[in-house]
Design a protein around this ligand. Structure first.
Ligand code: ADP
Ligand code: MG
Length: 261
């Protein structure tokens, strides 16, 4: 099992959209995937059509109670894609976690306890660098960072990278950046192109070749409780996420992705 956290403390950059559609794309290649919804907003759970009635146990109970991941996961409509859903309870978790001595490692311990059930675990992080995201970074082998193609794209990235460095030193030496994914790319907008060129110049090879276009189907799909890859598998957004998943698999350590070979 390999664990990839999708993180960026900025909101609205495409973390959840990437988590849902990469999860779906990876499941389509034969991987058994778990998507951990770690955002109190629960957008990944909603976007995958998990109703509140199926969130009796959630990522909150796994982090703060003694609920095993196994007992809280829900099957999505996508074959091989399971979800550990989130509820609003999670909004109090950052404060409640402080009480625990093992507060930074609770998610890691819970995921490792069920490691054999999935090939890839994706974590959809909230838009902050608090204890929830730290739990994700401690659990993760790799980090995927969505970056929106806008003027301030790189702003905040140094803060994210210094958090990663701190986690590496203190808790998780194996944590590495899998890649930076440019999202909401608009070919008709010259600024987008400029931003993409600048980001590649600064960050180099860590940036994925695949860019995710701005595509209305990607934003419509969640209101139908479906990944774009099922709602409209031929739209430009779906095709881009399939390509990004392929690039992702190439960058992941090999034993973890044998099933996709
Ligand atoms: P985050 O999880 O980082 O806050 P989201 O994935 O929720 O970001 O995306 C923020 C908003 O932008 C959502 O309404 C989503 O549907 C929309 N969105 C995300 N990616 C795209 C895209 N490539 N094209 C069009 N809309 C997008
Ligand atoms: Mg989100």
């Amino acid at each position: 099992m390999i664990c990839v956290a999708i993180a960026n403390q900025k909101g609205g950059v495409g973390k959840t959209t990437s988590a849902i559609n990469l999860g779906t794309a990876l499941a389509a290649t034969g991987q058994r995937v778990l998507l951990v919804d770690l955002d109190p907003q629960g957008n990944a759970s909603t976007g995958l059509g998990i109703p509140q009635s199926q969130r009796e146990r959630s990522s909150y109970d796994v982090l703060l109670g003694d609920c095993p991941v196994d007992a809280a996961v829900v099957a999505s409509k996508v074959p091989r894609l399971d979800v550990l859903p989130a509820t609003v309870d999670l909004s109090g978790a950052e404060i409640e976690l402080v009480e625990f001595d093992d507060r930074t490692h609770r998610l890691d311990a819970a995921i490792r306890a069920n490691a054999s059930r999935w090939d890839i675990v994706l974590i959809d992080c909230p838009p902050s660098l608090g204890l929830l995201t730290i739990n994700a970074m401690v659990a993760a082998d790799r980090l995927l960072v969505p970056l929106q193609c806008e003027f301030f794209a790189l702003e905040g990235l140094s803060q994210l990278l210094s958090t990663v460095e701190r986690i590496r030193e203190r808790f998780n030496p194996g944590l590495a950046i899998l890649g930076v994914a440019l999202t909401m790319y608009d070919r008709r907008n010259r600024l987008t192109e400029q931003v993409s060129t600048d980001v590649r110049a600064v960050l180099g090879k860590v940036v994925f070749d695949t860019v995710i276009p701005r595509n209305v189907r990607l934003s419509e799909a969640p209101s139908h409780g479906l990944p774009a890859l099922i709602y409209d598998h031929r739209c430009s957004g779906s095709e881009a996420y399939m390509a990004l998943a392929r690039e992702m698999i190439q960058r992941l350590p090999k034993p973890a992705v044998d099933a996709a070979a």
